[in-house]
Ligand binder design. Sequence first.
Ligand SMILES: *Cc1c(COP(=O)(O)O)cnc(C)c1O
Length: 397
Amino acid sequence: MYTDFKEFLEKEISDIKNAGTYKDERIIVSPQGAEIKVSTGKKVLNFCANNYLGLSNNAELIEAAKKALDSHGYGMSSVRFICGTTDLHKELEKKIAEFFGTEDTILYAACFDANGGVFEPLLSEKDAIISDSLNHASIIDGVRLCKAQRFRYENANMEDLEKQLQAAKDCRFKLIVTDGVFSMDGNVAPLDKIVALANKYNTMVMVDESHSAGVVGKTGRGVTEHYNLKGQVEIITGTLGKAFGGAIGGFTTGKKEVIEILRQRSRPYLFSNSIPPLVAAAGIKMVDMMSSTNVLQDKLHSNTEYFMEKMGKIGFDIKPTASAICAVMLYDAKLAQDFAARLLEEGIYVIGFSYPVVPKDLARIRVQLSAAHEKEHLDKAVAAFEKIGKELGVIKK
Ligand SMILES: *Cc1c(COP(=O)(O)O)cnc(C)c1O
């Protein structure tokens, strides 16, 4: 039996390779950080991690995790409702709610699970989900698992959102769902306008803050801080796997009745293991750090401004944003691949994105800034971009 299937898979694999979309993995042999060592022995500057606050290798988080290993052991061997809840899990849930100005929080093994398990327990066929067309794959999958009627609006397009709200107006409960920051353009969702429309059409709002928590807003509280809407959206999801330490874990935070129902009915919560206590302990430390000082958030913001200003001055076409994602537009797929490969030779690790990940003719290089970057790192990256930009005719000599 396997012979036929093996042939089938081999053909699929070679199709992926021929299409140029096969994903190779680069092996890192050092901790995650601004400078990483890869298995070839080469050291490169890392501009493609979601390590926005540089916490992936933070000494205080590591210390907190080590202490929890001693006090609470390694694993839980249980889902939360049987015997997988420690005081650390409860404390982290409380801290995350305080951080976002929400009422309660439920932890998941990942934000993929938080999004996968949020819609189905809350909404039925009488209800409607109105979803941004560029929302994360986990939101799309979560919506698929739910019986609610589906409406989709063009990315951040408020005219189209209003049209969809009108189309959904006879549904019982309605929920608009959007990423806080869209990962390809780095654009911040226009949450002020979304909330205004939600109020006009008696609709609830859910924001996925995975790329915006820790990043957007003066103190990194995400898009609800950026638009002065803290506590005003019903549901926020997010990850511990990006700015918040980068290990593993996700959460849903918001209205307390919503969280209470999720604890009773959300399948990834009920049927999947709880995060290890050491991750919860480091998470608690992370929230404490971000609440007692703003140095990391400030450094990320000034690094981002510095990099974007320099790149603009040299003549690159970059998308303005309040996030830490800088899309350097190159438009041509081959050019984006070649540019990224040349940057790696210069010791700068970034990724070129092209169709089908982004629309045809909108190929780009995505640069992700971090509080772990020092000015010399940024200068080195800008110099490499300038050199190769001239070499490949992207900017004027
Ligand atoms: C990364 C990401 C996720 C998935 O988070 P994990 O915790 O890694 O599963 C979900 N939503 C968005 C918008 C993301 O960017």
